[in-house]
Structures are given as structure tokens and as C-alpha cells.
Design a binder for this molecule. Sequence first.
Ligand code: AMP
Length: 566
Amino acid sequence: MSKIIGIDLGTTNSCVGIMEDGRLLIIPNDEGFRTTPSVVAFTKEGSILVGNAAKRQQIMNPENTVFSIKRFMGRKYTDKEVANDIKLIPYKLQPADNGDVRVEVLGRIYSPPEISAMVLMKLKKDSENYLHEPVEKAVITVPAYFNDSQRQATKDAGKIAGLEVVRIINEPTAAALSSDFDSKNKMKIVIYDLGGGTFDVSILKLGKGIFEVMSTSGDTHLGGDDFDQAIIDYLIDDFYKQEHIDLRNDRVALQRLKDAAEKAKINLSTLDSVEITLQFIAVGKDGPKHLQTILTRDQLEHITKDIAERTAGPCEKALDAANLKPSEIDEVVLVGGQTKMPLVRNVVQRIFRKEPYLGLNPDEAVAAGAAKQASVLKGDIRDILLLDVTAFSLGLKTEGGIFSKIIDKNSSIPTRKSDMYTNTIDNQSFVRIEVYQGEKPMAADNKMIGTFDLMGIPPGKAGTAKISVMFDIDANGIIKVSAKDEATGKEQAIKITPDSGLSGSEVDKMKKDIGEEFSKKMSANEKLKAPQDYREEKSKGAEGLPGELDSRKKASIFDIFKKKER
Ligand code: AMP
């Protein structure tokens, strides 16, 4: 069987691991580094750079250097989080026909999975060069709090990159897998994972090879980038006070500030103060201006305390969901680059009333766990069992807009559950089923993740149809929903209308246009040629809906569907 690599596809950095002869190996990139920046740059000369090469030229080419693309995976352009992030990035975003986010660089349009695929292709190529054999399969990690669209988008990225994604696993679960805690006595651990863009916390029960996730919580928009932004805001305000020049409108200055802010933050994890100098940052009436200031660790902690404190809420939720008190936790394990900040460690210690465990490498633990899971899937490791959970409740919108839960949050996966529904109007010939995830009682307050229509219900009085709706969550956390009209006993054809994401044919087209050409170019040279134009296929959305449904769509369609009392 061909090799399976484990990939931590991070917001800021990515890392690849593999188990070889029972030993874990972190695969270095072509420059010898064990992590690779998740950055893709498009140069005016028509080349594409990925990783360190892209990061190095970021300051000079900010508008065409795409970073933190993970924040936009599987997202709608109108999502609140996207609106916030647009302010933080110098490259251009725009909505796709189906409302997804698209990136525009040098007049070309890319979906977030395509950009992620370019990072994956670099990781794949570097792994192949290192291992001296083709790599076609991978386990890829995602934040536990990634929803279905975000997981699907990650799988699509793998496919575009020419990788079969044999399993998607949650980052904190992967980190736990990389530890050797399971060989010890039974214990309960917390994985506190604060990376560049996301925060995840999971509580696991371990023992004798079993890794059982008890609960998970987090925030997909909280990470090191937010700490950097707080420093940038502080520097901009300080500069404005002195020079009356607002640097917020200057994209190159902003990129230089971001670079300086992150460096200062990292250095202040070990030093008490740092000097920040940015020569020629602006031009005033009386000539060029320089930014020069001292930032102390105390000041940094003062301006970022609230951000670190935002991790407390998800930690408390995870404890509640697992029905545990902090005193019942045996170890709190830190993962993610941002946990190297002393302030973050203090916040963790306050929340869990215990010194955090520092035995795992926060940059590599997730990739290491993914590699271990790959080895389990290959059958090389047999004595490990991973029992993960779903981070959200799942259900349907029913009569009056009420959210009818089918699968509860923190249920073990894989899982399969069904419930029975009925019509509320006489002679209703179809139902439109809207699938939501979230915890609020009204469907509209949760996130809609897909719709489909069940057609051809035989004529009958209200309340007579028996429609069984089945939810199936696989081990990747990816959801399938199906429905059956029990009254006729026949399987009904259902029409899935993806609410977001790429269709199968779009992914295939991208793989062809970008994947294959890139792979060839990458093997020859680290500098990649720009791919062919990617023209979006028309969204499949309403195409092919029967006329009957089209004309009735305007009616209050959800009043014709309610939970059936058994
Ligand atoms: P990750 O996504 O796990 O690679 O984490 C990346 C984040 O960790 C970035 O925001 C980095 O700036 C941050 N980071 C890395 N090293 C340190 C450090 N020594 N102190 C504070 N933050 C760090």
C-alpha cells in the first residue's frame, strides 16, 4: 500500500508527518524547515510561489500574496467573520455566484480550496522528494469546530492537489493521538490549541489505546493573527498621535506593520522588551517618516489580555459538556504556536487551575497525530481506537421555523440517526428539507448547511405522510442527509441542492486545470507557472427544479413540514 502522510494544514503554517517503521518522522520542506508557511504568492512575471519563498516577498507584493486562506474555506462572503477578516488582508475577496468567497489576484479568480491546494501540492512535492516515492494519500486535520462546508472545502483542496484525503481528523484529537498518554493509566486531558487563526479546545478520556473525545468547543476566528492585529492597531494609533498620519490606508505599510508586530510578539515570549523600527513608513509634508518605538511585555499583555481571555468561554463550555470540573482534569496540553506566549499560559493556568503540560511540540503535535492516524488506517498500528465527536447539533427546519434536532452536539462519530416527519397541508406533493447545524431553537438563528426536495408524495390528508429523514455523519465529520416516504414504502429520489461549496465537476475541472499543470511545474522547479484561467461553472442551484416547485417556492414552504408524533 502506498504511503499515507499526515498533514496539519494550518492557517499560518503547515506541517507534514509520517510513521516509518513505527517511528514518527516530521518531513522537512525543500529548505530544510519542519513547518511551511501556508502562503501562496502570484508574481507579476506569472510565477506562483508557495511557502517560505512566498512569505519572503510578502512585504513587497502584499496584494498578490494570499495568506490565512483557511479563514475563508467553506465560508459565505456575507458571513460576519468574513466581513471582519476582509479588513485584515491586503488581497482582494469577492463573492461567487453561489455566495462563497473567491480570491481575486492579478485579474484571476480562485476559490479558497484552490489556494489551499497549492499549499498542499507543495507539501506533497516536498514529501515525495524527501521520501523518494510518489505520495497520493493523506490524512488532513481541521479545527474541531470546522462545520460541514469547511470540511468539504478541505477535502476538495486535497482532491484538487491530487491527494486522496483518506480521513479528515480534528486537530486537537490529532494532538492527543501524538502523545503517549494512552499507554498510561486512564486519564482525562484537555487539548488547548491556539494557532494562527483558530482556537480549539477538546476534552478526551484516554487509556489503553482508546482516545475518546468527551467534548469539544472553540472559535474558528480566534488566533495569533488577532494578537498581531492588536499590536498593529496600537502602533498605528501611536504613530498617528506623533505624526498625524493614518497608516491604515497604506497596504504596503500595513504589511510591514504585520510583519513587525508578529516578530515583536514572538520575541516578547522570551524578552521583556523589543525595539520596533520601520524606516520610511510614510511621507509627511516635511519629508519621510520613520516608526520607532519600544514595546514591553507588560504593554503587550495589556493590549492583548482580552483576546487571550476570549479562550475561557469555549473552555468552560467544553468542561460543562463533559460534565467535569477543572480539578478532574489530569493534564492540560498546549498546542499551536500562539500558546508559546506567557500570557496565554497564565490564562490557561487560571482557567484549569493547573500548570499546563509542555511535553508536546506545539508546532508539530497535530501533524504527528495525523501521521499516527494514517498509520492506523494503513493497518500498521492496531491497538489504537479513536472515538471523536461532532461539534454541533444537527437537524431540520420544521413548522413555524422551529429547529428540530436529530443529532445532538458532542455525539460520538461516526453516527447515524433518523426521525419521522409529516405534511401539514392536504395533498402536499413534496417537501423541501432544510438542514441546519447549531444550538438555537429557531432554525434561522443556526447555520443552514444544505437543502433538498423530496418529491412525489402521494395525495393525502395533512399529517398522513410519513417521511423518515436520516442523518449520517462519517468518521471525517462529513454529513449526508437522506429522506424516504415511508407511506409508499418506495425509496424517493431526492434532489440535493448544495448550499455552498464546489460541485464535483468543478473540483474535477480545477484538478485538471490547476492540479495536473501545477504538479508538473512543481516537480521541475519551485517557481510555478500561473494556471489556466479558471472560469466558474454556473451554480447548479435552481437548475432543473420542477415547474411545480418553482411556482410554489414563494409560498411559506416550511409550514408544510412538521415533526410527526409517534
Ligand atoms: P500555528 O498555526 O500553530 O503555526 O501558530 C501560528 C501562530 O503562533 C502565529 O500567530 C505565530 O505568530 C504564533 N507564534 C509562533 N511562535 C510564537 C511565540 N514564540 N510566541 C508567541 N506566538 C508565537
